[in-house]
Write a protein that binds this ligand. Structure first.
Ligand code: FDA
Length: 318
């Protein structure tokens, strides 16, 4: 239950404008910028440099240009153009062509038709250049719309696109069957949002058990699934399961977040697994950052230490 309470607490704080403006001001600059623990930087150049570094270590990447819940068509249009610019920049830099995006960033909460148009623009630019675009899954308020829009673009012929399912939701087994019937690629996560008990498991042990069950189905029935977790026990169990059934490590990949459990990223890479790192960047990093704190409240101690270290450095400078 602590798990759910901390998610709820940090999700509520993530709506605070004051905290957001303070964090945006101090969190990515200075000698101990705490935001950099989880965010690759604020610019495309910083993101591409991070991708180069991660690729040089034998890991795969997906780039997420941060942003969500835009409230105007102008903002949705700007985000879409920024994704198109990102596609150009990645193409020119010749780094890995793999992106993750959120539908509320390109207008889902403003106008669903425009959101679909924006997604089509991004896919029409990315697919011919060999990109894969993953549609992240947001809170349960958007699960139906996200799956419907995904299915719409899939049925209109786009194939360089996949979606995410969350093991915390009771509905996910059915959603798995729906997406799998299309032949599409699924990333499985536990779920980063606070959800009510009418629709979601509240105990971590139940979320984990559902995750393992779904991961096994994905490995045996899915199309190149992405097992996205830092849960060492689950990763070990999934690896054993795959090896017992002679499922090749090329038939799936593990995914982990930038800055989290680098030891596991290296260990599974060294054992011959494909490991993809989710690399978030951009100025709108605050809600993403707060979700990372909510997953592991011990991270707050790290932020506080960074702030005080920075303050004592600044005091010494004065
Ligand atoms: P769990 O929370 O049990 O953590 C296992 C271990 O990982 C912890 O003991 C700790 O060591 C480490 N750890 C986990 N989180 C940490 C943190 N924040 N800081 C430091 N250590 C941490 N969610 C969603 O709702 N929609 C989405 O589209 C995505 N997309 C996505 C992509 C990728 C590549 C990943 C890895 C995750 C997501 N998520 C997501 C987030 C996901 O739902 C989940 O909230 C986090 O992965 C944390 O859960 P774990 O599976 O790691 O397990």
């Amino acid at each position: 239950m602590l798990d759910v309470a901390s998610k709820a607490f940090f999700q509520t704080l993530s709506y605070s404008r004051t905290l957001k403006s303070l964090a945006s001001r101090y969190g990515m600059s200075g000698t101990r910028a705490f935001g950099r623990r989880f965010i690759a930087g604020e610019t495309v150049d910083a993101a591409i440099a991070a991708v180069r570094h991660i690729q040089s270590q034998g890991l795969l990447c997906t780039l997420d240009y941060l942003g969500e819940s835009v409230t105007s068509l102008a903002a949705a249009d700007t985000a879409t153009r920024e994704y198109l610019d990102l596609i150009d920049a990645v193409d020119r830099a010749d780094v890995e062509r793999n992106l993750s995006l959120k539908l509320t960033q390109i207008g889902l909460e403003v106008d669903r038709t425009i959101c679909v148009d924006n997604l089509r623009k991004i896919l029409a630019a990315s697919e011919p250049c060999g990109f894969f675009v993953r549609i992240d899954m947001e809170s349960s308020a958007h699960t139906d719309a996200t799956l419907d829009i995904f299915e719409t673009v899939w049925k209109s012929g786009f194939r360089g696109v996949g979606v995410v399912l969350q093991s915390c939701l009771y509905r996910t087994e059915k959603d798995f069957e729906r997406v799998n019937a299309l032949g599409a690629r699924i990333r499985l996560v536990k779920g980063a949002y606070r959800e009510p008990k009418s629709i979601a498991y509240q105990q971590k042990s139940d979320v984990d058990a559902a995750y393992v069950q779904l991961a096994k189905r994905l490995l045996t029935e899915g199309v190149y699934p992405a097992i996205a977790t830092h849960d060492e026990d689950i990763l070990n169990e999934v690896t054993r399961f795959a090896s017992d059934r002679a499922i090749s490590p090329d038939a799936y990949e593990f995914q982990m977040l930038y800055g989290i459990r680098r030891d596991l990223q290296s260990r599974f890479r060294d054992a011959g697994h494909r490991v993809r790192v989710y690399v978030p960047f951009g100025r709108e990093w605050f809600p993403y950052f707060m979700r990372r704190l909510g997953e592991r409240p011990a991270n707050v101690a790290f932020v506080i230490r960074s702030i005080f270290a920075e303050r004592s450095v600044s005091t010494q400078r004065r």
